[in-house]
Design a protein around this ligand. Structure first.
Ligand code: ADP
Ligand code: MG
Length: 490
């Protein structure tokens, strides 16, 4: 652009006047020399040259960019269905928060001392998030109106600085959701320099650690959504095993059995036996079946995947599919399996068997493809008399346990859990137990009903004794013990 400068100055105007004087007879050479000396012409020529150069440059940049993309960058895609997806999102949220409050995430790379000026400049540059998504958590143990909002990176592109590396984060939502094929409908892709690709490993290690920290002491509950398992709500605090009061020795037997199973992995695999074990808990409602399984999962450090077999829309195919895709270290809990037995009709010619699981569908799913991972299934039912022997054969159900109405042993323990402090001498407990016998209520009240009574009369032992009479004995009379032959029972 220098050629245009003379216009601006006095000196330039003078120069221009001189050059404009055409001397006759000088011929072509002087014409050319005048022309090239002409600032208008040379400015135009310069501009044209510049434009051409720019065009070439642009092409070059495009070429270069694609070359760089191919050669120097590395992409990493995480789909919605991968276990790393929630970990990564969670990590990104925590990472941005930490970066903007100046805190360090547990193991973020420290500022490299050797990096000099450039790296110290880079360290100062913290790209901001421009697309946010709100994630609201209503704490279960705070006041009901309390809420905690956190901002997670929303959809679109953003730059993230990790140590001295920059990463382009692109969170995309697909327009179509293909439930049938279980295709991803959301992906996060990370792009960084090929030479810095090791940051991915660091990020994922960190994300995993962070996720584990968040879930320590918690049990994740999964429920089914289409053909996939999805975490249901926030992870729950582990339920202590002691909080579930069962008849003497029952808990211990089940826990021992599961633990022995978990230790026998190679034994199963060496013999080519599918590595799985099934348990059936039956008994009247409110006797602690679901609660016990939850506590057991916590005790073993497992998560729980719950399926309600009576749920409408759960077909045989979906059940089968879901059981082959259970997350790691997760107990499968199939509630109310008796419903499948009312549904004995065989699938029609089109393979459609109605909107619920059928009996044969349930058996097939239980027999399903053996996975290398352990599979622990708990089945529960309130109506054991409706079950078929075909279900209760080893390999499908290996252990059957009845959880019945509260025995004196259980009432005693449950009392202590509520009144150990107000009734330290145990005097009120004696009166309560005497009253239970007087009313003929031992072995006829559900633990849930007793818990309700104690909760209502919290810190008021006498109130509980007075109200005992009003407590209705066993809701609907259930057959006590059903003899299932050839079968381990507790
Ligand atoms: N044996 C028990 N020990 C402690 N709590 C129990 C017991 N049985 C029932 N409860 C309480 O009663 C409620 C219902 O129990 P739940 O486990 O859902 O029963 P079920 O699955 O047998 O119908 C829960 O709040 C649980 O804490
Ligand atoms: Mg239940």
């Amino acid at each position: 652009m220098d050629t245009t400068e003379p216009f601006a100055s006095q000196h330039g105007r003078h120069q221009l006047a001189q050059q404009m004087k055409v001397e006759p007879g000088d011929g072509l050479s002087s014409y050319v020399s005048q022309l090239t000396g002409n600032p208008f012409f040379s400015a135009g020529f310069g501009l044209a040259a510049l434009a051409a150069a720019a065009r070439i440059g642009q092409k070059g940049i495009q070429h270069g960019a694609s070359l760089i993309r191919r050669r120097m960058l590395v992409d990493l895609e995480v789909t919605h269905h991968d276990d790393a997806y929630p970990m990564l999102l969670n990590w990104m949220t925590a990472f941005h928060r930490a970066q903007h409050t100046g805190a360090q995430l547990s193991k973020s790379p420290k500022n490299t001392a050797s990096g000099g000026v450039l790296s110290s400049l880079i360290q100062r540059f913290n790209p901001r998030l421009h697309h946010l998504q709100v994630h609201t958590v209503l704490p279960k143990d705070g006041p009901s109106h309390a809420a905690h909002f956190s901002f997670v990176p929303g959809h679109g592109r953003q730059i993230l600085r990790y140590g001295t590396s920059f990463i382009l984060v692109d969170r995309q939502r697909e327009k179509t959701l293909n439930i049938a094929k279980g295709e991803p409908f959301e992906t996060i892709s990370l792009t960084t320099l090929y030479s810095q690709r090791e940051v991915f490993e660091q990020i994922f290690t960190e994300a995993h650690q962070l996720y584990q920290q968040m879930h320590e002491g918690k049990t994740v509950i999964y429920t089914s959504m289409g053909p996939q398992w999805h975490q249901f709500g926030e992870a729950k605090r582990k339920r202590p095993l002691e909080s579930v009061v069962l008849e003497r020795g029952v808990k211990e037997r089940i826990v021992q059995d599961v633990q022995a199973f978990l230790e026998a992995r190679t034994w199963y695999l060496d013999r080519g036996i599918p590595y799985r074990r099934g348990y059936l808990l039956y008994g009247p409602p409110g006797t602690g079946k679901s609660s016990f399984i939850q506590a057991l999962a916590g005790h073993l450090d497992f998560d729980i995947a719950i399926l309600n077999v009576s749920e409408r829309g759960l077909t045989d195919d979906r059940l089968n599919h879901l059981l082959t895709k259970v997350p790691r270290r997760t107990i499968v809990l199939l509630e109310d399996i008796d419903v499948a037995f009312m549904n004995r009709k065989a699938p029609g010619s089109d393979g459609y068997s109605g909107a619920t699981v059928t009996f044969s569908g349930l058996l097939n799913a239980l027999d399903g493809v053996a996975s290398a991972e352990e599979r622990i299934i708990f089945l529960t039912t309130n109506h054991v008399e409706r079950l078929d022997e075909a279900l209760i054969r080893p390999g499908r159900v290996d252990m059957t346990v009845r959880l019945g109405e509260a025995t004196e042993y259980q009432i005693d323990l449950l009392w202590d859990r509520f009144y150990a402090e107000v009734d330290s001498s145990g005097e009120a407990k004696k009166r309560f137990m005497a009253r239970v016998k007087e009313l003929g209520q031992s072995n006829s009240l559900s633990t849930a009903a007793l818990q309700g009574l104690f909760l209502y009369n919290k810190d008021d032992a006498d109130g509980a004794i007075k109200m005992l009479e009003g407590l209705t004995a066993g809701q609907d009379s259930q057959p006590g013990h059903v003899d299932i032959k050839g079968h381990v029972d507790v």
